[in-house]
Design a protein around this ligand. Structure first.
Ligand code: NDP
Length: 292
């Protein structure tokens, strides 16, 4: 069997086009422009690339982009004061603080200072609680992108066995909540899971969010399963820099029914969902119908 490749790049382009159309309609009919503020503290090279890409994508869909680049030695008080001013700014509908923050800053404190309504990353404790109790919230972008691709591929997910490998607050746990919300039977695996291969082989839907290059191999995949590879790992192979996922693509694709590639799978969906969340936040703030 050769798996169907789930093209996240094309899917994300479709989501961005829908967002852009809605943004144009808001401008024309309501004179409103959604705005996204991104805060970067320090010089982490990967974070700088992410922030640059987010800025470009925000402009491309017609939203306002507010970039705040602060030096690595920025104090917590300064950062919190900036968040307070963004919370109060009516032109800003989404606030994203790029993680990881420098070690002297308390990420939880900073994230929880963002107004939950503007928390387009969905990391604020209120949004985590709302998602966990099945209420309307801001949903973290990466798991939301995965869910959209899964719904598109499967139609209904109810009753499917889903295994999420990884239990981080930003990917694994919210992914599991979303799959549970769609009535999957969900298992969360992690570094202490016994016989991970056997657990994974029970999955109709296997989501890998581990941060270990090519750890999930074909012998861990149930024939015909859908494999979603969240991992982004920079490795060196044959003297060249290469981006690989948490799934060993060739062996898994030989067994799976469908699979997301790296790059070009989950990654592009994350930014598309960030824009979609910003649009949703803008509509909610203005009492307008939310995009579907
Ligand atoms: P974390 O490091 O926060 O979490 C990794 C999880 O994997 C932990 O729960 C850990 O278990 C588990 N794990 C580690 N080793 C093993 C193992 N040998 N067997 C089973 N489980 C294991 O990572 P993130 O959730 O932040 O990210 C995961 C991956 O997704 C990374 O590659 C990251 O780069 C990528 N990513 C991609 C995004 C995108 O846009 N595509 C966005 C965000 C992340 P334990 O809790 O027991 O330690």
């Amino acid at each position: 069997m050769t798996a169907k490749v789930i093209d996240g790049k094309a899917f994300a382009a479709g989501v961005r086009a829908q967002v852009a159309a809605h943004v144009a309609k808001l401008a024309e009919e309501n004179g409103i422009q959604p705005g996204l503020a991104v805060v970067l503290v320090g010089e982490d090279p990967a974070s700088k690339v992410y922030v640059k890409n987010k800025h470009a994508s925000t402009i491309e869909v017609g939203m306002a982009s507010f970039e705040h680049r602060l030096p690595a030695e920025t104090s917590e008080a300064t950062l919190l004061a900036l968040i307070d001013s963004l919370n109060a700014d009516p032109k800003v509908h989404g606030i994203l603080v790029q993680l990881p923050l420098p070690a002297h800053l308390n990420s939880e404190l900073v994230i929880n200072r963002i107004s939950p309504a503007k928390d387009v990353d969905g990391f604020h404790i209120s949004n985590v609680g709302l998602l966990g109790t099945g209420q309307k919230s801001m949903v973290p972008c990466t798991p939301l992108g995965c869910l959209m691709m899964l719904r598109d591929h499967h139609g209904k997910l109810a009753g499917l066995n889903a295994v999420v490998v990884g239990r981080s607050n930003i990917v694994g746990k919210p992914m599991a909540q979303l799959l549970l919300g769609d009535s999957c039977t969900v298992t969360i695996a992690h570094s202490r899971t016994k016989d991970l291969a056997a657990v994974c082989r029970g999955a109709d839907i296997l989501v890998a969010a581990v941060g270990r290059p090519e750890m999930i191999t074909g012998d861990m995949v149930k024939p015909g399963a859908t494999v979603i590879d969240v991992g982004i790992n920079r490795i060196e192979r044959d003297g060249k820099a290469k981006l690989v996922g948490d799934v060993h693509y060739e062996s898994a694709a030989a067994v799976a029914g469908a699979i997301t590639p790296v790059p070009g799978g989950v990654g592009p969906m994350t930014i598309a969902c960030l824009l979609a969340n910003t649009l949703t936040s803008c509509c909610r703030a203005n009492g307008l119908p939310e995009p579907k």
